[in-house]
Design a protein around this ligand. Structure first.
Ligand SMILES: NC(=O)c1ccc[n+]([C@@H]2O[C@H](COP(=O)([O-])OP(=O)(O)OC[C@H]3O[C@@H](n4cnc5c(N)ncnc54)[C@H](OP(=O)(O)O)[C@@H]3O)[C@@H](O)[C@H]2O)c1
Length: 329
């Protein structure tokens, strides 16, 4: 039986001042269509780190628990879709932004946000993939639907040592694409090669003085934004797809229209939070065709709740590598 109380991390703003604290909650009655889940794992995404450190105001409601995703076991349910003891998970859908997210020992969640565990995945692997894996899978799916051809050249992944970058690299490699990892750090080279990079490039060699660059890549998944994204678009082969996923370096993009009107380069967007397609379909792919072969290598750290704030500071300062999993007892 559950205890009387449970712990959560909350982010709040008082007189404009940000604070992240651990609080103790009391259990309550379920609302209609709600499920109470005992959390087993969550993951620490870049957006969570921004939220926890107050670097950006990610929460849209005061006193909210961050955590874009979690997996766990149904403790109580007022929805017939789920049963007590069932293994479940959730990712995106406003968690940690509009409604309380995964950094909590227990979570009250509307059943329409909750997903059943796909075959071939478990409580840990759904969080090793988490929002990063879901986002990587949407990006790859979009490229493939938009006819990303292997003969156009290698796919470049920027912010490659991060969560989205690492999982994208791994999936693309196992789908048979040639891959280039773009990273800031020479020290990440052997890690990136071990998870699927055929080639490794370093961001410090990028310069953007031209209208168009040599066509050295077939397409890209960009986690960085700014000048890097400009360089990527200008270096993409005819008809290639560039997916803009993140802005770890810069949220602005100054470029020219030449890559679009002379090479037919496509820029595609991804929103894991506001994804309009079928989430279950993407997760089915992540559990089969897109399942990364080396998830264990990508998941570099398992921490507990009390380390979330410190690890968030590390992520925001760009010092982390791979995925961070939070384990609850
Ligand atoms: N669109 C969506 O739905 C969606 C979903 C998830 C994440 N995102 C966004 O995608 C990005 C990556 O997310 P993530 O969870 O993979 O984050 P992450 O694990 O922290 O990885 C970010 C990576 O970007 C690189 N980086 C960090 N700071 C940088 C800087 N100042 N300049 C250049 N490169 C920098 C680093 O890679 P290297 O060490 O290899 O250089 C870092 O590992 C974030 O901006 C995140 O907000 C978007």
């Amino acid at each position: 039986m559950k205890n009387n109380k449970y712990k959560s991390l909350i982010v709040s703003y008082k007189d404009g001042k940000h604070e992240s604290t651990c609080i103790v909650n009391k259990f309550r009655e379920l609302e209609a269509g709600e499920v109470l889940v005992r959390t087993k794992y969550s993951s620490l995404n870049y957006k969570d780190a921004l939220s926890v450190t107050g670097t950006s105001k990610i929460i849209r409601k005061n006193n909210l628990t961050p955590g874009l995703d979690f997996s766990g076991i149904v403790e109580e349910t007022s929805s017939k879709k789920f049963s007590i003891g069932e293994k479940v998970f959730a990712s995106g859908s406003g968690l940690g932004e509009l409604v309380d997210g995964g950094f909590s020992e227990y979570i009250y969640i509307k059943s329409d946000k909750l997903l059943k565990m796909p075959k071939n995945l478990n409580l840990l692997s759904t969080m090793q993939l988490g929002t990063a894996g879901f986002t990587a899978a949407i990006a790859i799916e979009k490229m493939i639907l938009n006819k990303q051809n292997k003969i156009l050249g290698p796919i470049l992944i920027s912010g490659a040592a991060g969560g989205v970058g690492s999982i994208s690299l791994s999936i693309l490699k196992s789908l048979g694409y040639e891959t280039i990892a773009l990273t800031r750090k020479k020290s990440s080279t052997s890690y990136l090669k071990s998870i699927g990079a055929d080639h490794v490039m370093y961001t410090n060699i990028i310069s953007n003085s031209k209208f168009l660059n040599k066509k050295v890549i077939g397409g890209a998944i960009d986690n960085i934004g700014g000048d890097t994204l400009d360089w990527i678009i200008k270096s993409t082969n005819d008809g290639g797809n560039v997916v803009s996923v993140g802005m770890a370096s810069n949220s602005e993009l100054n470029t020219t229209v030449f890559p679009f009107i002379m090479r037919g380069v496509n820029v595609l967007g991804v929103s894991s939070t506001n994804y309009t397609g079928d989430r279950r379909k993407i997760w089915r792919k992540l559990s089969t065709k897109y399942k990364p072969k080396n998830l264990k290598k990508i998941n570099t750290k398992i921490i507990d709740m009390k380390n979330i704030i410190n690890l968030s500071k590390k992520i925001v300062s760009g010092k982390n590598k791979g995925r961070v999993i939070i384990k609850f007892s």
